[in-house]
Write a protein that binds this ligand. Structure first.
Ligand code: F6R
Length: 242
C-alpha cells in the first residue's frame, strides 16, 4: 500500500481528482467505483469543476456505487442515489444508464444483489475504486465480521455506523438498519483502489489498517492483500503514526 500524505482535506480531494482524471482520460470506457459519505464530497466538487472547465468528459465512463440503504427510494434525500445525483451525476455528462447505485428499495433484495454483481461482471472490472474508511474499519458497508469472500449482499448496519451517519438524518432512529453493499471480495476485484482518509477521528482506524493484523474483525485490513492500493491521507488522519 502506498501512502500519499497531504496537508488537509482539500489537498486530499485535489490529489484524488488528478488521479481519477488521468484514468478517465487515458482508459477506454473507464469504470469507476464510487463512495458516498463526507469524505469524497470534495473530490466530487473537483471533478465537477474539471468537467465544467472542459478538461474531461464522462460520457464513456461507467460508475458503480459501493452501497445503498435498504428501504430508501432514490427520491429520498438520505438515499445514496440522491446523494450521487446531487453531488456528482447531475453536474456532469455521465449517461444515466451508466451510473449505477444498488436499488435499496427493490422488492427482492437478494436478486438485486445478484443483478448488481452481474452488471459489474458485464463491465469486466472496476478500474479505480474510491473508498472511505469507517470508524469501525468498514469499507463499503462491510461491517466487522463480514467474510473476506463476500460479494454484494444485504448487511445489518452496526449501531456505531448508524450513530456515525445519524448526522445526515433528521432523527437518529431514521437511519436504516440495513444496507446493500458490494462485498469485500467484490471490492478486492478492482484493478486499483484509492482510499481517502481525512481528519483526526480517522487516525486510530487508519493506524490499525496500516499496521494491524489482517482480520475480518477489521474489514479494511483486507486492503493489505491488494497489490494496487493508494491511500491519500491528510496530516490529521496520520497523527497516530508520528
Ligand atoms: C459510503 C461508504 C462508507 C464510508 C465510510 C466513511 O459509500 O461506503 O464506507 O466511506 O462510512 O464515511 P465518511 O466519509 O462519512 O466518514
Amino acid at each position: 500500500m502506498e501512502v500519499i500524505k497531504v496537508k488537509n482535506y482539500d489537498a486530499m480531494s485535489e490529489k484524488a481528482c488528478s488521479i481519477i482524471m488521468n484514468r478517465v482520460i487515458n482508459l477506454d470506457n473507464p469504470v469507476l467505483g464510487l463512495a458516498t459519505g463526507s469524505t469524497p464530497e470534495g473530490l466530487y466538487e473537483y471533478l465537477i469543476n474539471t468537467y465544467k472547465e472542459g478538461e474531461i468528459s464522462f460520457k464513456d465512463t461507467a460508475t458503480f456505487n459501493l452501497d445503498e440503504y435498504v428501504g430508501l427510494a432514490p427520491s429520498n434525500p438520505n438515499s445514496y442515489h440522491y446523494y450521487m445525483n446531487e453531488k456528482l451525476f447531475k453536474h456532469i455528462d455521465i449517461p444515466d444508464k451508466l451510473a449505477h447505485v444498488p436499488n435499496g428499495s427493490a422488492q427482492d433484495l437478494d436478486s438485486e444483489c445478484r443483478h448488481y454483481e452481474q452488471l459489474m461482471r458485464d463491465r469486466k472490472q472496476i478500474d479505480v475504486q474510491i473508498l472511505g474508511l469507517g470508524l469501525n474499519g468498514h469499507i463499503g458497508f462491510n461491517e466487522p465480521g463480514t467474510s473476506f469472500e463476500s460479494r454484494t449482499h444485504v448487511i445489518d448496519l452496526d449501531e456505531t455506523t448508524r450513530k456515525a451517519n445519524a448526522r445526515f438524518f433528521d432523527a437518529p432512529e431514521d437511519v436504516p438498519n440495513k444496507a446493500i453493499t458490494m462485498g469485500l471480495e467484490t471490492i478486492m476485484d478492482s484493478k486499483e483502489i484509492i482510499l481517502l482518509v481525512s481528519g483526526a477521528r480517522k487516525a486510530e482506524p487508519l493506524a490499525r489498517l496500516l499496521h494491524g493484523e489482517v482480520s475480518e474483525e477489521f474489514p479494511a485490513s483486507i486492503l493489505q492483500n491488494h497489490k494496487d492500493v493508494v491511500i491519500i491521507a491528510d496530516e490529521a488522519s496520520l497523527s497516530e503514526l508520528e
